[in-house]
Design a protein around this ligand. Sequence first.
Ligand code: EPZ
Length: 417
Amino acid sequence: MAKIKIIGPAILQGTISINGAKNAALPCMAASLLTDSPVILHNIPEVKDVETLSTLLRCNGADISFKEKETCQLHFKEIRSPEAPYELVKTMRASILILGPLLARNGYAKVSLPGGCAIGARPVEQHLKGLEKLGAEIILEHGYIIARAKHLMGSEFTFDKVTVTGTENIMMTACLARGETILNNCAREPEIENLAHLLIKMGAIIEGIGTDCLFIKGNTSLHGATHTIIPDRIETGTYAIAGIVSKGNITITNCNPEHLHILLQKLKQAGANISITQDTLLVSYQDELLPVDIETNPYPNFPTDLQAQFMALMTQANGTSLIKENIFENRFMHIGELRRMGADIQVNGSIAMVKGKTPLSDAHVMATDLRASACLVIAALVAKGETIIDRVYHLERGYTNLVSKLAALGASIEKIT
Ligand code: EPZ
Protein backbone atom coordinates (compact mmCIF):
# COMPACT_ATOMS: atom_id res chain seq x y z
CA MET A 1 0.00 0.00 0.00
CA ALA A 2 1.67 3.24 -1.15
CA LYS A 3 2.24 6.05 1.32
CA ILE A 4 3.53 9.59 1.10
CA LYS A 5 6.28 10.94 3.36
CA ILE A 6 6.47 14.71 3.84
CA ILE A 7 9.06 16.48 5.96
CA GLY A 8 7.87 19.88 7.09
CA PRO A 9 7.78 22.75 7.38
CA ALA A 10 8.32 23.69 3.71
CA ILE A 11 8.12 27.05 1.96
CA LEU A 12 6.68 26.54 -1.55
CA GLN A 13 8.15 28.66 -4.31
CA GLY A 14 8.11 28.42 -8.09
CA THR A 15 5.69 27.61 -10.88
CA ILE A 16 3.38 24.66 -11.53
CA SER A 17 0.97 23.91 -14.34
CA ILE A 18 -2.61 22.69 -13.82
CA ASN A 19 -4.03 19.65 -15.61
CA GLY A 20 -7.49 19.09 -17.04
CA ALA A 21 -10.39 18.74 -14.63
CA LYS A 22 -11.23 15.15 -13.62
CA ASN A 23 -14.85 16.16 -13.05
CA ALA A 24 -15.06 17.63 -16.56
CA ALA A 25 -13.22 14.78 -18.28
CA LEU A 26 -15.47 12.03 -16.89
CA PRO A 27 -18.82 13.33 -18.26
CA CYS A 28 -17.19 14.27 -21.59
CA MET A 29 -15.87 10.72 -21.91
CA ALA A 30 -19.35 9.38 -21.14
CA ALA A 31 -20.79 11.66 -23.86
CA SER A 32 -18.87 9.66 -26.48
CA LEU A 33 -21.54 6.95 -25.98
CA LEU A 34 -24.03 9.25 -27.73
CA THR A 35 -22.48 8.91 -31.22
CA ASP A 36 -21.01 6.23 -33.50
CA SER A 37 -18.31 8.70 -34.61
CA PRO A 38 -14.99 9.43 -32.89
CA VAL A 39 -14.83 12.00 -30.06
CA ILE A 40 -11.41 13.53 -29.40
CA LEU A 41 -10.73 15.12 -25.99
CA HIS A 42 -7.66 17.25 -25.26
CA ASN A 43 -6.24 18.09 -21.80
CA ILE A 44 -7.38 14.81 -20.26
CA PRO A 45 -5.76 14.42 -16.79
CA GLU A 46 -3.68 11.33 -16.05
CA VAL A 47 -5.63 10.25 -12.96
CA LYS A 48 -6.97 6.92 -11.77
CA ASP A 49 -10.64 7.84 -12.28
CA VAL A 50 -10.03 8.46 -16.01
CA GLU A 51 -8.32 5.07 -16.22
CA THR A 52 -11.25 3.42 -14.44
CA LEU A 53 -13.85 5.00 -16.73
CA SER A 54 -11.77 4.05 -19.79
CA THR A 55 -11.84 0.43 -18.62
CA LEU A 56 -15.60 0.57 -18.18
CA LEU A 57 -16.24 2.24 -21.56
CA ARG A 58 -14.02 -0.34 -23.30
CA CYS A 59 -16.23 -3.06 -21.75
CA ASN A 60 -19.24 -1.26 -23.28
CA GLY A 61 -17.58 -1.30 -26.72
CA ALA A 62 -15.45 1.83 -27.03
CA ASP A 63 -12.20 1.88 -28.96
CA ILE A 64 -10.15 4.22 -26.77
CA SER A 65 -6.68 5.44 -27.70
CA PHE A 66 -4.53 8.00 -25.94
CA LYS A 67 -2.75 9.99 -28.67
CA GLU A 68 -0.23 12.39 -27.13
CA LYS A 69 0.03 12.39 -23.36
CA GLU A 70 -3.26 14.13 -22.65
CA THR A 71 -5.35 13.53 -25.75
CA CYS A 72 -7.87 10.72 -25.81
CA GLN A 73 -9.97 9.45 -28.73
CA LEU A 74 -13.12 7.49 -27.89
CA HIS A 75 -15.04 5.72 -30.66
CA PHE A 76 -18.24 3.78 -29.99
CA LYS A 77 -18.86 2.21 -33.43
CA GLU A 78 -21.34 -0.04 -31.62
CA ILE A 79 -22.45 -0.92 -28.11
CA ARG A 80 -20.97 -4.31 -27.24
CA SER A 81 -22.27 -4.46 -23.67
CA PRO A 82 -24.98 -2.26 -22.08
CA GLU A 83 -23.76 -3.01 -18.56
CA ALA A 84 -21.66 -1.31 -15.87
CA PRO A 85 -20.68 -4.04 -13.40
CA TYR A 86 -20.54 -3.55 -9.63
CA GLU A 87 -16.81 -4.42 -9.55
CA LEU A 88 -16.04 -1.24 -11.50
CA VAL A 89 -18.82 1.06 -10.29
CA LYS A 90 -17.93 0.43 -6.62
CA THR A 91 -14.48 1.92 -7.27
CA MET A 92 -15.84 5.03 -8.94
CA ARG A 93 -19.33 6.44 -8.33
CA ALA A 94 -19.07 8.68 -11.39
CA SER A 95 -19.73 5.54 -13.44
CA ILE A 96 -23.39 6.53 -13.02
CA LEU A 97 -22.67 9.05 -15.79
CA ILE A 98 -22.89 6.30 -18.42
CA LEU A 99 -26.46 5.36 -17.46
CA GLY A 100 -28.26 8.06 -19.44
CA PRO A 101 -26.06 8.04 -22.56
CA LEU A 102 -26.08 4.23 -22.70
CA LEU A 103 -29.88 4.20 -22.44
CA ALA A 104 -30.24 6.97 -25.04
CA ARG A 105 -27.94 5.17 -27.51
CA ASN A 106 -28.98 1.59 -26.86
CA GLY A 107 -32.51 1.66 -25.44
CA TYR A 108 -31.36 -0.51 -22.53
CA ALA A 109 -28.79 -0.09 -19.77
CA LYS A 110 -27.90 -2.08 -16.66
CA VAL A 111 -25.72 -0.09 -14.28
CA SER A 112 -24.78 -1.04 -10.74
CA LEU A 113 -26.23 1.27 -8.13
CA PRO A 114 -23.24 3.20 -6.78
CA GLY A 115 -23.13 2.40 -3.07
CA GLY A 116 -22.46 5.12 -0.55
CA CYS A 117 -18.96 6.37 0.00
CA ALA A 118 -16.89 7.83 2.81
CA ILE A 119 -18.41 11.31 2.50
CA GLY A 120 -22.05 10.32 2.41
CA ALA A 121 -24.91 8.11 1.24
CA ARG A 122 -24.91 9.88 -2.14
CA PRO A 123 -28.21 8.54 -3.51
CA VAL A 124 -29.03 8.87 -7.22
CA GLU A 125 -32.81 9.16 -7.18
CA GLN A 126 -32.66 12.45 -9.08
CA HIS A 127 -30.92 10.74 -11.98
CA LEU A 128 -33.62 8.03 -12.04
CA LYS A 129 -36.54 10.47 -11.72
CA GLY A 130 -35.15 12.51 -14.60
CA LEU A 131 -34.81 9.47 -16.84
CA GLU A 132 -38.35 8.35 -16.00
CA LYS A 133 -39.62 11.84 -16.92
CA LEU A 134 -37.98 11.33 -20.34
CA GLY A 135 -39.93 8.09 -20.74
CA ALA A 136 -37.56 5.47 -19.35
CA GLU A 137 -38.78 2.44 -17.40
CA ILE A 138 -36.52 2.02 -14.35
CA ILE A 139 -36.31 -1.17 -12.29
CA LEU A 140 -34.00 -1.64 -9.30
CA GLU A 141 -33.03 -5.20 -8.56
CA HIS A 142 -30.09 -7.04 -7.02
CA GLY A 143 -28.19 -3.77 -6.59
CA TYR A 144 -28.55 -2.77 -10.24
CA ILE A 145 -30.44 -0.06 -12.11
CA ILE A 146 -32.15 -1.57 -15.15
CA ALA A 147 -33.34 1.13 -17.55
CA ARG A 148 -35.36 0.59 -20.73
CA ALA A 149 -36.76 3.04 -23.28
CA LYS A 150 -37.98 2.25 -26.79
CA HIS A 151 -37.69 5.95 -27.45
CA LEU A 152 -37.14 8.85 -25.10
CA MET A 153 -39.50 11.82 -25.22
CA GLY A 154 -38.58 15.40 -24.34
CA SER A 155 -40.28 16.72 -21.20
CA GLU A 156 -39.99 19.29 -18.40
CA PHE A 157 -38.21 18.11 -15.23
CA THR A 158 -37.31 19.92 -12.03
CA PHE A 159 -34.52 18.51 -9.87
CA ASP A 160 -35.55 18.28 -6.19
CA LYS A 161 -31.88 18.75 -5.28
CA VAL A 162 -29.04 20.49 -7.09
CA THR A 163 -26.93 17.63 -8.42
CA VAL A 164 -23.84 17.94 -10.63
CA THR A 165 -23.75 14.48 -12.21
CA GLY A 166 -27.55 14.34 -12.15
CA THR A 167 -27.69 17.47 -14.32
CA GLU A 168 -25.01 16.04 -16.60
CA ASN A 169 -26.73 12.66 -16.93
CA ILE A 170 -30.15 14.06 -17.85
CA MET A 171 -28.72 16.79 -20.12
CA MET A 172 -26.82 14.16 -22.15
CA THR A 173 -29.86 11.88 -22.36
CA ALA A 174 -32.20 14.68 -23.46
CA CYS A 175 -29.93 15.33 -26.47
CA LEU A 176 -31.25 12.11 -28.04
CA ALA A 177 -34.85 12.38 -26.81
CA ARG A 178 -37.60 13.25 -29.29
CA GLY A 179 -38.75 16.84 -28.82
CA GLU A 180 -37.82 19.55 -26.37
CA THR A 181 -36.69 19.17 -22.77
CA ILE A 182 -36.60 21.83 -20.06
CA LEU A 183 -34.54 21.10 -16.94
CA ASN A 184 -35.10 23.29 -13.86
CA ASN A 185 -32.98 23.68 -10.70
CA CYS A 186 -29.88 22.48 -12.55
CA ALA A 187 -26.38 22.61 -11.10
CA ARG A 188 -24.20 25.32 -12.69
CA GLU A 189 -20.65 24.00 -12.16
CA PRO A 190 -18.11 24.93 -14.89
CA GLU A 191 -17.73 21.22 -15.64
CA ILE A 192 -21.39 21.16 -16.73
CA GLU A 193 -20.80 24.12 -19.07
CA ASN A 194 -17.77 22.33 -20.52
CA LEU A 195 -19.88 19.24 -21.19
CA ALA A 196 -22.66 21.32 -22.78
CA HIS A 197 -20.14 22.91 -25.16
CA LEU A 198 -18.94 19.44 -26.21
CA LEU A 199 -22.53 18.30 -26.80
CA ILE A 200 -23.20 21.38 -28.96
CA LYS A 201 -20.07 20.58 -31.01
CA MET A 202 -21.59 17.10 -31.44
CA GLY A 203 -24.73 18.67 -32.91
CA ALA A 204 -26.88 19.08 -29.83
CA ILE A 205 -29.08 22.15 -29.36
CA ILE A 206 -28.74 23.43 -25.76
CA GLU A 207 -29.68 26.84 -24.39
CA GLY A 208 -29.33 28.37 -20.90
CA ILE A 209 -25.78 27.12 -20.40
CA GLY A 210 -24.40 28.41 -17.10
CA THR A 211 -27.85 28.97 -15.64
CA ASP A 212 -30.05 26.70 -13.52
CA CYS A 213 -32.53 26.22 -16.38
CA LEU A 214 -31.46 24.25 -19.46
CA PHE A 215 -33.41 23.91 -22.72
CA ILE A 216 -32.44 20.94 -24.92
CA LYS A 217 -33.89 20.22 -28.37
CA GLY A 218 -33.48 16.49 -29.05
CA ASN A 219 -31.75 15.06 -32.12
CA THR A 220 -32.11 11.66 -33.77
CA SER A 221 -28.32 11.33 -33.67
CA LEU A 222 -25.14 13.21 -32.79
CA HIS A 223 -21.80 13.27 -34.62
CA GLY A 224 -18.18 13.24 -33.45
CA ALA A 225 -16.29 16.30 -32.23
CA THR A 226 -12.97 17.54 -30.88
CA HIS A 227 -12.99 19.33 -27.52
CA THR A 228 -10.67 20.56 -24.77
CA ILE A 229 -11.27 19.79 -21.10
CA ILE A 230 -11.22 22.86 -18.81
CA PRO A 231 -8.47 23.26 -16.20
CA ASP A 232 -9.10 21.63 -12.81
CA ARG A 233 -10.36 24.37 -10.47
CA ILE A 234 -10.07 22.10 -7.43
CA GLU A 235 -6.46 21.21 -8.22
CA THR A 236 -5.80 24.94 -8.68
CA GLY A 237 -7.42 25.82 -5.34
CA THR A 238 -5.54 23.04 -3.57
CA TYR A 239 -2.14 24.37 -4.69
CA ALA A 240 -3.13 27.98 -3.99
CA ILE A 241 -3.95 27.04 -0.40
CA ALA A 242 -0.74 25.02 -0.08
CA GLY A 243 1.30 28.00 -1.33
CA ILE A 244 -0.30 30.36 1.19
CA VAL A 245 -0.20 28.07 4.23
CA SER A 246 3.52 27.44 3.62
CA LYS A 247 4.13 31.22 3.53
CA GLY A 248 5.42 30.71 0.01
CA ASN A 249 5.18 32.42 -3.32
CA ILE A 250 3.88 30.34 -6.23
CA THR A 251 2.71 30.86 -9.80
CA ILE A 252 -0.04 28.53 -11.03
CA THR A 253 -0.35 28.37 -14.83
CA ASN A 254 -2.84 26.82 -17.27
CA CYS A 255 -5.67 27.48 -14.83
CA ASN A 256 -8.90 29.51 -14.96
CA PRO A 257 -9.04 31.86 -11.93
CA GLU A 258 -12.60 32.87 -12.90
CA HIS A 259 -13.80 29.44 -11.73
CA LEU A 260 -12.45 30.15 -8.23
CA HIS A 261 -13.93 33.58 -7.52
CA ILE A 262 -15.27 32.78 -4.03
CA LEU A 263 -12.14 30.91 -2.91
CA LEU A 264 -9.88 33.77 -4.03
CA GLN A 265 -12.13 36.24 -2.22
CA LYS A 266 -11.81 34.18 0.98
CA LEU A 267 -8.03 33.82 0.60
CA LYS A 268 -7.73 37.61 0.23
CA GLN A 269 -9.85 38.02 3.38
CA ALA A 270 -7.36 35.73 5.14
CA GLY A 271 -4.65 38.16 4.10
CA ALA A 272 -3.10 36.42 1.09
CA ASN A 273 -1.66 38.38 -1.85
CA ILE A 274 -3.50 37.20 -4.97
CA SER A 275 -3.04 38.37 -8.54
CA ILE A 276 -4.52 36.85 -11.67
CA THR A 277 -4.33 36.92 -15.42
CA GLN A 278 -6.65 35.01 -17.75
CA ASP A 279 -4.88 31.68 -17.20
CA THR A 280 -2.48 32.31 -14.32
CA LEU A 281 -2.81 32.72 -10.57
CA LEU A 282 -0.06 34.15 -8.38
CA VAL A 283 -0.36 33.62 -4.64
CA SER A 284 2.02 34.67 -1.90
CA TYR A 285 1.92 35.26 1.83
CA GLN A 286 4.45 35.91 4.54
CA ASP A 287 2.55 37.50 7.47
CA GLU A 288 0.04 36.08 9.92
CA LEU A 289 -3.21 34.63 8.53
CA LEU A 290 -6.64 35.96 9.55
CA PRO A 291 -9.55 33.60 10.37
CA VAL A 292 -12.31 33.43 7.71
CA ASP A 293 -15.72 31.71 7.90
CA ILE A 294 -16.94 29.67 4.92
CA GLU A 295 -19.92 27.51 4.04
CA THR A 296 -20.07 25.14 1.11
CA ASN A 297 -22.84 25.39 -1.47
CA PRO A 298 -23.37 24.63 -5.17
CA TYR A 299 -21.44 26.71 -7.72
CA PRO A 300 -20.76 29.63 -7.85
CA ASN A 301 -20.53 29.41 -4.07
CA PHE A 302 -17.67 27.90 -2.04
CA PRO A 303 -16.99 24.39 -3.41
CA THR A 304 -17.33 21.44 -1.05
CA ASP A 305 -14.29 19.90 -2.77
CA LEU A 306 -12.08 22.63 -1.25
CA GLN A 307 -13.58 22.58 2.25
CA ALA A 308 -11.05 20.17 3.76
CA GLN A 309 -8.10 22.01 2.22
CA PHE A 310 -9.37 25.36 3.49
CA MET A 311 -9.79 23.88 6.97
CA ALA A 312 -6.11 22.92 7.03
CA LEU A 313 -5.33 26.55 6.18
CA MET A 314 -7.53 27.89 8.96
CA THR A 315 -5.63 25.87 11.60
CA GLN A 316 -2.81 28.39 10.93
CA ALA A 317 -4.99 31.52 11.15
CA ASN A 318 -4.85 33.74 14.25
CA GLY A 319 -8.37 33.28 15.60
CA THR A 320 -11.47 31.14 15.28
CA SER A 321 -13.13 30.31 11.95
CA LEU A 322 -16.42 28.50 11.29
CA ILE A 323 -16.68 26.03 8.43
CA LYS A 324 -20.16 24.81 7.47
CA GLU A 325 -20.54 21.82 5.14
CA ASN A 326 -23.93 21.97 3.39
CA ILE A 327 -23.45 19.46 0.58
CA PHE A 328 -22.39 16.14 2.11
CA GLU A 329 -23.43 14.72 5.45
CA ASN A 330 -20.10 13.18 6.37
CA ARG A 331 -17.35 15.32 4.94
CA PHE A 332 -15.49 16.05 8.18
CA MET A 333 -13.46 12.85 8.39
CA HIS A 334 -10.20 14.76 7.91
CA ILE A 335 -10.81 16.46 11.29
CA GLY A 336 -9.83 13.42 13.33
CA GLU A 337 -6.50 13.22 11.53
CA LEU A 338 -5.91 17.00 11.76
CA ARG A 339 -6.51 16.78 15.52
CA ARG A 340 -3.84 14.06 15.75
CA MET A 341 -1.44 16.57 14.19
CA GLY A 342 -2.33 19.13 16.85
CA ALA A 343 -5.29 21.04 15.37
CA ASP A 344 -7.97 22.40 17.72
CA ILE A 345 -11.31 21.75 15.97
CA GLN A 346 -14.73 21.31 17.53
CA VAL A 347 -17.64 19.88 15.53
CA ASN A 348 -21.32 20.62 16.07
CA GLY A 349 -23.42 18.93 13.36
CA SER A 350 -22.44 20.39 10.00
CA ILE A 351 -20.33 23.17 11.53
CA ALA A 352 -16.65 22.86 12.42
CA MET A 353 -15.09 25.51 14.68
CA VAL A 354 -11.37 25.81 13.96
CA LYS A 355 -9.26 27.53 16.62
CA GLY A 356 -5.95 28.84 15.33
CA LYS A 357 -3.11 29.36 15.27
CA THR A 358 -2.10 25.82 16.38
CA PRO A 359 1.37 24.49 15.64
CA LEU A 360 1.01 21.18 13.80
CA SER A 361 3.34 18.28 14.43
CA ASP A 362 4.17 15.31 12.29
CA ALA A 363 2.11 12.12 12.63
CA HIS A 364 1.24 8.90 10.83
CA VAL A 365 -2.18 9.70 9.31
CA MET A 366 -4.67 8.04 6.96
CA ALA A 367 -6.47 9.51 3.98
CA THR A 368 -10.18 8.68 3.81
CA ASP A 369 -11.26 10.31 0.55
CA LEU A 370 -9.81 12.28 -2.31
CA ARG A 371 -10.04 15.79 -0.88
CA ALA A 372 -9.38 14.77 2.75
CA SER A 373 -6.05 13.37 1.53
CA ALA A 374 -5.22 16.72 -0.07
CA CYS A 375 -6.01 18.39 3.26
CA LEU A 376 -3.52 16.09 5.05
CA VAL A 377 -0.82 16.89 2.48
CA ILE A 378 -1.33 20.60 3.14
CA ALA A 379 -1.18 20.05 6.91
CA ALA A 380 1.99 17.95 6.52
CA LEU A 381 3.67 20.79 4.61
CA VAL A 382 3.20 22.99 7.69
CA ALA A 383 3.81 20.37 10.40
CA LYS A 384 7.23 20.18 11.98
CA GLY A 385 8.72 16.76 11.34
CA GLU A 386 8.11 13.70 9.17
CA THR A 387 4.46 12.95 8.34
CA ILE A 388 3.45 9.69 6.71
CA ILE A 389 0.09 9.61 4.89
CA ASP A 390 -1.48 6.19 4.26
CA ARG A 391 -3.94 5.19 1.52
CA VAL A 392 -2.64 7.71 -1.00
CA TYR A 393 -4.53 5.89 -3.75
CA HIS A 394 -7.26 8.39 -2.89
CA LEU A 395 -4.98 11.21 -4.05
CA GLU A 396 -4.10 9.46 -7.27
CA ARG A 397 -7.79 9.34 -8.24
CA GLY A 398 -7.91 13.09 -8.78
CA TYR A 399 -4.47 14.74 -8.71
CA THR A 400 -1.99 14.38 -11.57
CA ASN A 401 1.64 14.05 -10.42
CA LEU A 402 1.00 15.71 -7.04
CA VAL A 403 4.28 14.47 -5.50
CA SER A 404 6.45 15.73 -8.38
CA LYS A 405 4.58 19.04 -8.55
CA LEU A 406 5.06 19.74 -4.84
CA ALA A 407 8.70 18.58 -4.98
CA ALA A 408 9.25 21.04 -7.85
CA LEU A 409 7.94 23.79 -5.54
CA GLY A 410 10.47 22.86 -2.86
CA ALA A 411 8.55 20.42 -0.68
CA SER A 412 10.39 17.50 0.85
CA ILE A 413 7.94 14.84 -0.33
CA GLU A 414 8.28 11.31 -1.65
CA LYS A 415 6.09 8.29 -2.31
CA ILE A 416 7.10 5.23 -0.29
CA THR A 417 5.73 1.69 -0.23
C1 EPZ B 1 -20.00 15.81 -8.06
O1 EPZ B 1 -20.48 14.66 -7.38
C2 EPZ B 1 -18.49 15.72 -8.02
N1 EPZ B 1 -18.06 14.51 -8.72
C3 EPZ B 1 -18.01 15.69 -6.57
O2 EPZ B 1 -16.59 15.68 -6.57
C4 EPZ B 1 -18.50 16.96 -5.87
O3 EPZ B 1 -18.11 16.92 -4.51
C5 EPZ B 1 -20.03 17.05 -5.99
O4 EPZ B 1 -20.42 17.00 -7.37
C6 EPZ B 1 -20.57 18.34 -5.39
O5 EPZ B 1 -20.00 19.44 -6.02
C7 EPZ B 1 -18.05 14.51 -10.08
O6 EPZ B 1 -18.39 15.48 -10.72
C8 EPZ B 1 -17.57 13.24 -10.74
P1 EPZ B 1 -24.11 15.82 -6.37
P2 EPZ B 1 -22.05 14.28 -7.46
O7 EPZ B 1 -25.00 14.88 -7.10
O8 EPZ B 1 -22.61 14.71 -8.75
C9 EPZ B 1 -27.25 14.72 -2.99
C10 EPZ B 1 -14.47 14.96 -5.98
O9 EPZ B 1 -13.87 15.07 -4.91
N2 EPZ B 1 -27.95 13.98 -4.05
O10 EPZ B 1 -23.98 17.22 -6.84
O11 EPZ B 1 -22.16 12.85 -7.07
C11 EPZ B 1 -25.88 14.13 -2.67
O12 EPZ B 1 -26.01 13.08 -1.74
C12 EPZ B 1 -15.91 14.57 -5.99
O13 EPZ B 1 -13.97 15.20 -7.11
C13 EPZ B 1 -29.16 13.36 -3.75
O14 EPZ B 1 -29.63 13.41 -2.61
O15 EPZ B 1 -22.64 15.19 -6.32
C14 EPZ B 1 -25.14 15.32 -2.11
O16 EPZ B 1 -25.50 15.47 -0.75
C15 EPZ B 1 -16.39 14.21 -4.60
N3 EPZ B 1 -29.80 12.67 -4.74
C16 EPZ B 1 -25.71 16.50 -2.92
O17 EPZ B 1 -26.96 16.04 -3.46
C17 EPZ B 1 -29.31 12.58 -6.01
O18 EPZ B 1 -29.96 11.95 -6.87
C18 EPZ B 1 -24.82 16.93 -4.08
O19 EPZ B 1 -24.50 15.77 -4.82
C19 EPZ B 1 -28.08 13.24 -6.30
C20 EPZ B 1 -27.43 13.92 -5.32
